[in-house]
Design a protein around this ligand. Structure first.
Ligand code: PMV
Length: 313
Protein backbone atom coordinates (compact mmCIF):
# COMPACT_ATOMS: atom_id res chain seq x y z
CA UNK A 1 0.00 0.00 0.00
CA UNK A 2 1.25 3.53 -0.80
CA UNK A 3 2.73 5.21 2.24
CA UNK A 4 4.11 8.65 2.96
CA UNK A 5 6.66 9.08 5.74
CA UNK A 6 7.87 12.27 7.41
CA UNK A 7 10.35 12.86 10.21
CA UNK A 8 11.18 15.71 12.58
CA UNK A 9 13.03 16.08 15.88
CA UNK A 10 13.12 18.28 18.94
CA UNK A 11 15.06 21.50 19.28
CA UNK A 12 16.91 23.17 22.09
CA UNK A 13 17.22 26.93 22.29
CA UNK A 14 20.63 27.55 23.84
CA UNK A 15 20.19 31.32 24.08
CA UNK A 16 17.69 33.99 23.06
CA UNK A 17 14.21 32.54 23.71
CA UNK A 18 11.54 35.24 24.10
CA UNK A 19 13.97 37.95 22.92
CA UNK A 20 13.89 36.31 19.46
CA UNK A 21 10.22 37.31 19.15
CA UNK A 22 11.41 40.98 19.25
CA UNK A 23 14.01 40.65 16.50
CA UNK A 24 16.93 39.77 18.79
CA UNK A 25 19.12 36.79 17.86
CA UNK A 26 18.73 33.29 19.25
CA UNK A 27 21.07 30.33 19.07
CA UNK A 28 19.51 26.88 18.78
CA UNK A 29 20.45 23.32 17.96
CA UNK A 30 18.50 20.39 16.55
CA UNK A 31 17.87 17.95 19.41
CA UNK A 32 17.85 14.52 17.82
CA UNK A 33 17.60 12.66 21.13
CA UNK A 34 13.84 13.04 20.69
CA UNK A 35 12.09 12.38 17.37
CA UNK A 36 8.78 12.18 15.56
CA UNK A 37 7.72 9.91 12.71
CA UNK A 38 4.48 10.48 10.80
CA UNK A 39 3.03 7.89 8.44
CA UNK A 40 0.28 8.65 5.94
CA UNK A 41 -1.80 5.98 4.18
CA UNK A 42 -5.06 5.86 2.27
CA UNK A 43 -8.15 5.71 4.49
CA UNK A 44 -11.74 4.59 3.98
CA UNK A 45 -14.00 7.63 4.44
CA UNK A 46 -12.75 10.84 6.18
CA UNK A 47 -9.30 11.82 7.38
CA UNK A 48 -8.25 10.14 10.60
CA UNK A 49 -5.40 10.61 13.02
CA UNK A 50 -3.75 8.33 15.55
CA UNK A 51 -1.39 9.89 18.11
CA UNK A 52 -0.73 9.72 21.83
CA UNK A 53 -3.32 12.39 22.65
CA UNK A 54 -6.09 11.49 20.25
CA UNK A 55 -7.32 8.76 17.96
CA UNK A 56 -10.22 9.66 15.69
CA UNK A 57 -11.34 11.93 12.88
CA UNK A 58 -9.24 14.95 11.91
CA UNK A 59 -12.39 17.11 11.77
CA UNK A 60 -13.09 16.29 15.44
CA UNK A 61 -9.55 16.83 16.72
CA UNK A 62 -9.38 18.50 20.18
CA UNK A 63 -8.32 22.13 20.54
CA UNK A 64 -4.89 21.03 21.80
CA UNK A 65 -4.17 19.72 18.29
CA UNK A 66 -5.66 22.67 16.43
CA UNK A 67 -2.30 23.80 15.07
CA UNK A 68 -1.65 20.33 13.64
CA UNK A 69 -5.11 20.44 12.09
CA UNK A 70 -4.11 23.68 10.38
CA UNK A 71 -0.88 22.16 8.99
CA UNK A 72 -2.89 19.22 7.55
CA UNK A 73 -5.46 21.55 5.97
CA UNK A 74 -2.86 23.83 4.38
CA UNK A 75 -0.84 20.86 3.06
CA UNK A 76 -3.91 19.29 1.44
CA UNK A 77 -5.00 22.63 -0.01
CA UNK A 78 -1.57 23.11 -1.57
CA UNK A 79 -1.50 19.60 -3.00
CA UNK A 80 -5.08 19.99 -4.28
CA UNK A 81 -6.06 16.39 -3.51
CA UNK A 82 -9.01 15.25 -1.50
CA UNK A 83 -8.51 11.53 -0.92
CA UNK A 84 -9.17 10.33 2.61
CA UNK A 85 -5.99 9.81 4.60
CA UNK A 86 -5.03 8.05 7.79
CA UNK A 87 -2.21 9.77 9.68
CA UNK A 88 -0.22 7.99 12.38
CA UNK A 89 2.17 9.85 14.66
CA UNK A 90 4.88 8.19 16.76
CA UNK A 91 6.76 10.60 18.97
CA UNK A 92 9.37 10.73 21.70
CA UNK A 93 9.30 14.56 21.77
CA UNK A 94 7.68 15.45 25.08
CA UNK A 95 4.70 17.75 24.53
CA UNK A 96 4.84 21.35 25.76
CA UNK A 97 8.30 21.05 27.28
CA UNK A 98 10.15 23.76 25.33
CA UNK A 99 11.43 21.30 22.74
CA UNK A 100 9.22 22.56 19.94
CA UNK A 101 6.78 19.63 19.96
CA UNK A 102 3.96 21.51 18.21
CA UNK A 103 6.26 22.57 15.36
CA UNK A 104 7.90 19.13 15.18
CA UNK A 105 4.61 17.32 14.77
CA UNK A 106 3.52 19.77 12.07
CA UNK A 107 6.87 19.31 10.26
CA UNK A 108 6.65 15.49 10.34
CA UNK A 109 3.01 15.37 9.20
CA UNK A 110 3.49 17.96 6.43
CA UNK A 111 6.49 16.01 5.14
CA UNK A 112 4.54 12.74 5.27
CA UNK A 113 1.58 14.21 3.32
CA UNK A 114 3.86 15.59 0.61
CA UNK A 115 5.75 12.29 0.51
CA UNK A 116 2.48 10.34 0.16
CA UNK A 117 1.67 12.32 -2.99
CA UNK A 118 5.33 12.22 -4.16
CA UNK A 119 5.36 16.01 -4.20
CA UNK A 120 8.67 17.79 -3.64
CA UNK A 121 8.61 20.01 -0.57
CA UNK A 122 11.04 22.91 -0.56
CA UNK A 123 12.33 24.12 2.81
CA UNK A 124 10.69 27.53 2.29
CA UNK A 125 7.31 25.97 1.67
CA UNK A 126 7.62 23.67 4.70
CA UNK A 127 8.51 26.61 6.95
CA UNK A 128 5.63 28.67 5.58
CA UNK A 129 3.10 25.90 6.33
CA UNK A 130 4.48 25.14 9.80
CA UNK A 131 4.75 28.82 10.76
CA UNK A 132 1.14 29.31 9.77
CA UNK A 133 0.11 26.43 12.04
CA UNK A 134 2.38 27.70 14.82
CA UNK A 135 0.42 30.97 14.91
CA UNK A 136 -2.33 28.93 16.56
CA UNK A 137 -0.01 27.15 19.00
CA UNK A 138 2.05 30.22 19.93
CA UNK A 139 0.16 33.34 18.99
CA UNK A 140 3.21 35.18 17.68
CA UNK A 141 5.88 32.61 16.74
CA UNK A 142 9.38 33.76 15.88
CA UNK A 143 9.73 30.96 13.31
CA UNK A 144 12.63 29.41 15.20
CA UNK A 145 10.79 26.22 16.20
CA UNK A 146 9.71 25.41 12.63
CA UNK A 147 13.28 25.84 11.42
CA UNK A 148 15.02 23.91 14.17
CA UNK A 149 12.69 20.90 14.27
CA UNK A 150 13.20 20.42 10.52
CA UNK A 151 16.91 21.21 10.23
CA UNK A 152 19.97 19.11 11.04
CA UNK A 153 22.37 21.97 11.71
CA UNK A 154 22.59 24.61 14.44
CA UNK A 155 21.38 28.12 13.61
CA UNK A 156 22.00 31.66 14.69
CA UNK A 157 18.52 32.94 14.05
CA UNK A 158 17.08 36.41 13.65
CA UNK A 159 13.41 36.67 12.68
CA UNK A 160 12.81 37.69 9.05
CA UNK A 161 16.52 37.67 8.22
CA UNK A 162 18.53 35.37 6.01
CA UNK A 163 19.17 32.08 7.81
CA UNK A 164 22.66 31.59 9.24
CA UNK A 165 23.74 28.07 10.08
CA UNK A 166 26.95 27.90 12.11
CA UNK A 167 29.65 25.35 12.96
CA UNK A 168 29.46 24.22 16.53
CA UNK A 169 32.94 23.90 18.02
CA UNK A 170 32.52 23.39 21.72
CA UNK A 171 33.81 20.62 23.93
CA UNK A 172 31.18 19.96 26.51
CA UNK A 173 27.90 18.21 27.13
CA UNK A 174 24.47 19.66 27.34
CA UNK A 175 22.29 18.17 30.05
CA UNK A 176 18.57 18.66 29.56
CA UNK A 177 16.25 18.25 32.53
CA UNK A 178 12.48 17.98 32.25
CA UNK A 179 10.47 19.47 35.10
CA UNK A 180 7.66 17.07 34.14
CA UNK A 181 5.35 20.07 34.03
CA UNK A 182 3.94 21.47 30.83
CA UNK A 183 5.34 24.80 29.76
CA UNK A 184 3.02 27.62 28.87
CA UNK A 185 4.61 29.18 25.82
CA UNK A 186 1.61 31.05 24.44
CA UNK A 187 0.75 32.56 27.82
CA UNK A 188 4.40 33.38 28.58
CA UNK A 189 4.93 35.06 25.18
CA UNK A 190 1.80 37.16 25.76
CA UNK A 191 2.77 38.13 29.31
CA UNK A 192 6.23 39.23 28.16
CA UNK A 193 4.59 41.32 25.40
CA UNK A 194 2.33 42.99 27.98
CA UNK A 195 5.33 43.76 30.20
CA UNK A 196 7.40 45.18 27.34
CA UNK A 197 4.48 47.34 26.27
CA UNK A 198 3.74 48.63 29.77
CA UNK A 199 7.38 49.22 30.80
CA UNK A 200 9.43 49.53 27.60
CA UNK A 201 12.43 51.01 29.43
CA UNK A 202 12.88 48.18 31.93
CA UNK A 203 11.74 45.12 30.03
CA UNK A 204 12.80 46.38 26.60
CA UNK A 205 16.31 46.65 28.03
CA UNK A 206 16.10 43.10 29.36
CA UNK A 207 15.09 41.83 25.93
CA UNK A 208 18.05 43.66 24.35
CA UNK A 209 20.38 42.29 27.04
CA UNK A 210 19.19 38.76 26.27
CA UNK A 211 19.91 39.43 22.59
CA UNK A 212 23.40 40.67 23.40
CA UNK A 213 24.12 37.53 25.45
CA UNK A 214 22.98 35.38 22.51
CA UNK A 215 25.16 37.40 20.09
CA UNK A 216 28.26 36.89 22.26
CA UNK A 217 27.42 33.23 22.88
CA UNK A 218 27.67 32.50 19.18
CA UNK A 219 31.38 33.34 19.38
CA UNK A 220 31.84 31.06 22.40
CA UNK A 221 30.07 28.20 20.62
CA UNK A 222 32.22 28.58 17.52
CA UNK A 223 35.47 28.99 19.43
CA UNK A 224 35.29 26.29 22.09
CA UNK A 225 34.75 28.57 25.08
CA UNK A 226 32.47 26.53 27.39
CA UNK A 227 33.28 28.45 30.58
CA UNK A 228 32.28 31.76 29.00
CA UNK A 229 29.16 30.19 27.48
CA UNK A 230 28.14 28.79 30.87
CA UNK A 231 28.38 32.24 32.47
CA UNK A 232 26.23 33.73 29.72
CA UNK A 233 23.64 30.97 30.15
CA UNK A 234 23.32 31.77 33.84
CA UNK A 235 23.14 35.51 33.10
CA UNK A 236 20.33 34.85 30.59
CA UNK A 237 18.46 32.85 33.25
CA UNK A 238 18.54 35.88 35.58
CA UNK A 239 16.91 38.00 32.88
CA UNK A 240 14.34 35.31 32.01
CA UNK A 241 13.46 35.07 35.69
CA UNK A 242 13.01 38.84 35.77
CA UNK A 243 10.64 38.53 32.81
CA UNK A 244 8.71 36.01 34.94
CA UNK A 245 9.00 33.08 32.56
CA UNK A 246 10.84 30.75 34.94
CA UNK A 247 9.09 28.62 37.59
CA UNK A 248 9.84 27.22 41.03
CA UNK A 249 10.61 23.78 39.61
CA UNK A 250 12.84 25.20 36.86
CA UNK A 251 14.71 27.24 39.47
CA UNK A 252 15.14 24.16 41.67
CA UNK A 253 16.59 22.10 38.82
CA UNK A 254 18.87 24.98 37.80
CA UNK A 255 20.17 25.24 41.38
CA UNK A 256 20.72 21.46 41.46
CA UNK A 257 22.71 21.57 38.20
CA UNK A 258 24.88 24.44 39.44
CA UNK A 259 25.52 22.68 42.75
CA UNK A 260 26.79 19.69 40.72
CA UNK A 261 29.32 22.06 39.15
CA UNK A 262 27.53 22.92 35.88
CA UNK A 263 29.27 25.74 34.00
CA UNK A 264 25.90 27.44 33.59
CA UNK A 265 22.21 26.63 33.53
CA UNK A 266 18.98 28.16 32.31
CA UNK A 267 15.48 27.34 31.15
CA UNK A 268 14.97 26.55 27.46
CA UNK A 269 11.98 27.39 25.26
CA UNK A 270 8.88 29.19 26.44
CA UNK A 271 9.41 28.44 30.16
CA UNK A 272 6.92 28.41 33.09
CA UNK A 273 7.52 24.64 33.14
CA UNK A 274 9.06 22.47 30.46
CA UNK A 275 12.80 21.92 30.36
CA UNK A 276 16.04 23.48 31.59
CA UNK A 277 19.55 23.00 30.23
CA UNK A 278 22.94 22.88 31.93
CA UNK A 279 26.43 22.79 30.48
CA UNK A 280 28.86 20.12 31.68
CA UNK A 281 32.55 19.67 30.90
CA UNK A 282 32.46 16.09 29.63
CA UNK A 283 30.36 12.92 29.69
CA UNK A 284 31.24 12.03 33.29
CA UNK A 285 30.43 15.54 34.45
CA UNK A 286 27.19 15.40 32.44
CA UNK A 287 26.22 12.16 34.21
CA UNK A 288 26.86 13.79 37.59
CA UNK A 289 24.70 16.80 36.70
CA UNK A 290 21.94 14.52 35.35
CA UNK A 291 21.96 12.54 38.62
CA UNK A 292 21.71 15.73 40.62
CA UNK A 293 18.72 16.79 38.48
CA UNK A 294 17.00 13.44 39.03
CA UNK A 295 17.65 13.72 42.78
CA UNK A 296 16.01 17.17 42.68
CA UNK A 297 12.92 15.66 41.04
CA UNK A 298 13.52 15.93 37.28
CA UNK A 299 11.05 13.73 35.38
CA UNK A 300 13.65 12.88 32.75
CA UNK A 301 17.15 13.90 31.68
CA UNK A 302 19.11 13.72 28.44
CA UNK A 303 22.85 14.12 27.95
CA UNK A 304 23.93 15.47 24.59
CA UNK A 305 27.46 15.85 23.28
CA UNK A 306 27.79 19.32 21.83
CA UNK A 307 30.53 18.68 19.28
CA UNK A 308 28.35 16.73 16.87
CA UNK A 309 28.46 13.66 19.13
CA UNK A 310 24.69 13.62 19.59
CA UNK A 311 22.88 11.86 22.42
CA UNK A 312 24.98 9.99 25.02
CA UNK A 313 23.51 6.57 25.92
O1 PMV B 1 8.34 26.48 24.17
P1 PMV B 1 8.77 26.31 22.76
O2 PMV B 1 9.56 25.06 22.47
O3 PMV B 1 7.61 26.37 21.82
O4 PMV B 1 9.74 27.54 22.39
C1 PMV B 1 9.28 28.89 22.42
C2 PMV B 1 10.35 29.88 22.08
C3 PMV B 1 9.93 31.35 22.22
O5 PMV B 1 11.09 32.14 21.92
C4 PMV B 1 9.51 31.67 23.65
C5 PMV B 1 8.80 31.73 21.28
C6 PMV B 1 9.17 31.76 19.81
O6 PMV B 1 8.24 31.75 18.98
O7 PMV B 1 10.37 31.80 19.47
Amino acid sequence: MAQGIGYAHGKIILMGEHAVVYGEPAVAIPFTAVKIKATVEKNQGKNSIDCLFYKGLVEEMPELLESLHKAIDISLEKIKKNDWLSIKIESTVPAERGMGSSAAVAVAVTRAIFDYYSRPLMDDELLEIVNESEKIAHGNPSGLDALMTSSHVPYYYIKNQELSPFDLNLHGVLVVGDTGMTGKTKEAVKDVADKVKAYPETYGNDIRALGQLARESLYFLENDMPVELGKHMSAAQELLRKLDVSSTKLDQLITAALSAGALGAKLTGGGRGGCMIALGKDKAHGAKIAQSLLDAGAAETWIFEMNGGGPVD
